[in-house]
Design a protein around this ligand. Structure first.
Ligand code: CP
Length: 308
């Protein structure tokens, strides 16, 4: 298909064929990643600014590497080193950066809707690298790529999302993606971490973790986001671990072993035992590798590439 979107703001915005186009191109770019010289000229002469107002390891490094592999020139800006600390608004920051003749902006920000806000006001292509608790579209795309790579299909799969759904932009993006692709999705978390927005989606809810994990193709685990919580959503981390952590003991009791996914960062011993995260069924580091390929694909398509 011919790509027509200028920005990547959410999975909600994408059609099934747009999702598949990003994934198809990502699989091609993964071949580039596996070469000794990981470089193609697709974005030569283009300038990309990575505007990260929240901490990041995976997403920032992944975008920065994707831009280098596509031969773009890129600059990273963080809140701590920008004039935002002196009171400059997000829009003023972005307009000043764009005045230096940039072509694309990748933004991570604590406010839901910040990527759309910029996309409506500046000329550059905008990519949402996580906007508060709203969406994290490239994370969901790299997760879909990893599922396709591991299990060879989407239709007929049963996926469990386990953990802090309430505060998770990853969960929102995944739910849009899984619903669009016809993947049967179950949620498991304390009732206080299952928010009303799930009524927009076709999902099952199971509060008993041992029942929830037993017949799934994928167990997708989410971190407890204490930094976004006001507290009081569950009695203590110890109690959370007792009822909702994917421990080695629980994992050993599953007859049909599912693959294990997590967007990172992992809190070992909280939402997942370290030994499960490191087990042969874990594809957590494959997710990270595929993140570079998905971001190469996204940058390439938004810049006018096509898979024709
Ligand atoms: N998965 C994810 O967004 O990780 P970072 O916060 O390290 O970018």
């Amino acid at each position: 298909m011919k790509w027509s979107k200028k920005h990547l703001l959410s999975i909600e915005d994408l059609s099934v064929s747009e999702i598949n186009t990003i994934l198809d191109n990502a699989f091609s770019f993964k071949e580039v990643l596996l070469r000794p010289i990981k470089k193609v000229p697709a974005l030569r002469g283009k300038t990309v600014v990575n505007l990260f107002f929240e901490p990041s390891t995976r997403t920032l490094v992944s975008f920065a590497l994707a831009e280098k592999h596509l031969s773009a020139d890129s600059v990273n800006i963080s809140a701590k080193t920008s004039s935002v600390l002196k009171g400059e608004t997000l829009l003023d920051t972005a307009k000043n950066i764009e005045s230096m003749k940039t072509d694309m902006v990748v933004i991570r920000h604590a406010s839901p809707g910040s990527a759309k806000f910029l996309a409506e006001r500046i000329d550059s292509n905008v990519i949402n690298a996580g906007d508060g608790i709203h969406e994290h579209p490239t994370q969901a795309l790299l997760d879909l790529m990893t599922i396709k790579e591991s299990l060879k299909k989407f239709k007929g799969l049963k996926i469990l999302i386990l953990g802090d759904i309430q505060h998770s932009r990853v969960a929102r993006s995944l739910l849009w993606g899984f619903n669009k692709l016809g993947i049967e999705t179950t949620l498991c978390a304390p009732p206080t971490l299952i928010p009303p927005f799930i009524n927009n989606f076709k999902v099952n809810i199971e509060y008993d973790i041992d029942k929830a994990i037993k017949d799934k193709d994928v167990i997708y685990i989410l971190r407890i986001q204490l930094e976004r919580q006001k507290g009081g959503l569950f009695p203590s981390l110890r109690e959370y671990v007792k009822y909702f952590s994917l421990t080695q003991e629980r994992f050993d009791a599953i007859k049909r072993r599912s693959i294990i996914m997590h967007p990172g960062p992992i809190n070992r011993g909280v939402e997942i035992d370290g030994s499960v995260a490191d087990s042969s069924k874990s594809v957590i580091l494959d997710q990270v590798t595929n993140g570079v390929a998905v971001r190469m694909s996204t940058l390439y398509l938004l810049n006018g590439g096509s898979n024709e």
